[in-house]
Write a protein that binds this ligand. Sequence first.
Ligand code: ARG
Ligand code: ZN
Length: 848
Amino acid sequence: MDGTTYLSDYRPYPFTLDRVALTFRLAPKATRVMAKLHLSPREAGAALHLDGEQLKLISIAIDGQALKPADYLLSDTGLTVHPAALPEGEFTLETEVEIAPEDNTALEGLYMSNGMYCTQNEAEGFRKITFYPDRPDVMARFHVRIEGDKPVLLSNGNPVGQGEGWAEWDDPWPKPCYLFALVAGDLVATHGTFTTMSGRKVDLNVWVRPGDEDRTDYALGAIQRSMKWDEEAFGREYDLDLFNLVAVGDFNMGAMENKGLNIFNSKLVLASPETATDFDYERIEGVIGHEYFHNWTGDRITCRDWFQLCLKEGLTVFRDQSFTSDMRLGPVKRIEDVIALRTRQFREDAGPLAHPPRPDHYREINNFYTTTVYEKGAEVVRMLKTLLGDAGFRAAMDLYFARHDGQACTIEDWIKVFEDASGRDLSQFKRWYTDAGTPHLKVSERFDGGTYTLSFRQSTRPTPGQDTKPPRLIPIAVGLLGPNGDELVPTQVLEMTEAEQSFRFEGLGAKPVPSILRGFSAPVVLERETSAEERAFLLAHDSDAFNRWEAGSALARDTLIAMTEGRDAGSDYLDAIGMLIGDESLDPAFRALLLRLPFEDEIAQTIATRGGVADPDAIHAARETLARDLAARHEAALSATYEACAVAGPYAPDAEPAGRRALRLVCLKLLALVDAGARAEALYTAADNMTESLGALSVLIGLGKAEGKLAAFRAKWQDNPLVIDKWFTTQIALCPPEEAAERAATLAADPLFNWKNPNRFRALMGGLSANHAGFHRKDGAGYRFYADWLIRLDPLNPQTAARLSTAFETWARYDAGRKEKIRAELSRIAGQPGLSRDLSEMTARLLG
Ligand code: ARG
Ligand code: ZN
């Protein structure tokens, strides 16, 4: 067998496990874990299989009797007790194992970060801690005793006892082992409280390393806002008396929703005006919300198996997006989310890694924590809300919580809730969960005798393993505008169910201008021949903020593509955008988005989707030229806006001043093309916050005028890892592309390049792949450097190596030479002896 797991092979666990008692005797090289599991058989004669990897078995006993070697079988992946060695009814299994957290470089299971013990068990890390049925549908109550010479000893639930060198914890809520957590270290807490809607007082702690406690206030406030919001928006109350959050410097992902003990990558906790940007603040609030919201959508209701991952992740991303939308500017947040979806998820859907939000097979589940599961999963939930309306959606969510609390569920359970709550048949809608690929929607229109007809044709290209795609239910939000820009027909949701379908609007005096897919009501690619005049018209008049922005960005994109093809691009974009730069009636944050040219990667994606070959150098040149033209043409408006948007007073991370800074920095970047960076120099010197210093520095990097400042920046911040990560990323992502590979090599040789730290590794490699023309340099130097480092990281940390290999997923977009070079690097990686399961699955899929 090739080690593939299939959804269709799911079988319930043949035992119930209601209680677990764990004792940890901590030591870096030899931690002892004693586990006592209370089990009872659900079917007669079943063998007892427990997962376990890299565990040294010290002892094993059932009901106090040591097992004989013939009673069980030990393998690389677990332990199986023969049915004959099991009692008839319920019994207690006791094991003792030894593990070495200090040698755990994969950062999965129990590991050490800067002298602190911590855990990451989702998806399958718990099997590296003790022998256990490591699957989410086995839910048990945990009692935990920790012994160790650390001042702070934490686990899930409530503290039930502590003394010198030990602590005991009890979690009253049954949970799967992936939600188990342990933290032991020299930590300090910032403390706060929250009073829930039923009047219970909850203690809140943000735990960090000594010295970091002056950067925790924002995180604490974000926990409080999240708790309040979930009560108001979803009626969900917190269910323990204590909520702990810990920041960890070495972490593979963003954060983890362990019950009552969330563990976070420190970059998503620590913030001060001098060290964190507006973007960091927004993400911190969003991810704290995300992990907190998991308490209901993930912990109280969890997943039956890992194929159902989007049940908790898609829903919880949808919830955190809604939270941010309410805390900040809703329309701006929606545009940012759509940009992220298109640049990451559409890109995944268009390449060799395409998979449905609910996949049906995998080799390594860690490879499926993807933008498709998360962000597309969230879009699918959003469509359900669009179809049912606000009240219908809330009623369905209430039913979901009432019906499934305490259970491990499937996408089928979820769909059934929405069917029962709405009385609708959602079987066609379910294809969004099971089918991969982004539907393309072709639109045509007709107007005669007062009747306006919109016709749509949907189609989805084949994806790996799925050749034909039946039509899906697509909610298309449409409004119609009159010739003077008035809204003739307000937004209505057309429900497309056929491959081809027309919708009529009667009684119109003149041919309207349609505003299609308002709010991006479905994750599809809209294909419509639209004139530049019509786009400019929508940009000026559409009442839907998303489509207004979309009209402007489509103009910019088409202009850029025409330029890469050497066609006359015209000046429609420059003409249309000019009036909006200084338009005070528009939010600064919205104007900032309008003025930001599409990313090079996104242009490459669009060219490839239209059947062309993407040329990274031509795309880069076109974007530079358009930026220069924009700056030259609108220098006065940009300069006036730059001055008008200065934020007075002390820094605050709120949406309003952040929006002004965003607009200011976009103007700054354009103005640098006409003032040779004079304003950026001045702002860099004057700035009292990281948003503006890094913004100004970025501009100077792009101009090749930052070397001295980069050196000073490094010296100033060398003891702050999160700021040094920015130092790595920014210079490699924004430097002139022809320098990127050499600069990457220089940075990799810097003593601060601590490559075993995932944040630092990602800072450099992610920065390089973000430099589109630099990474895709014709001679393959970018590819080679990147592949060398994946090969080096894989034996230590396969999960992060595998995740970063997705930089190569776009090989099919480019010319034969680049294609060949990327594929050669992928083959070289694939050929490494002892390659991890994670990375070998990825290279196999990438090569197709
Ligand atoms: N459940 C976490 C979150 O999204 C992600 C954990 C992923 N961990 C992993 N090793 N794949 O909030
Ligand atoms: Zn999550």
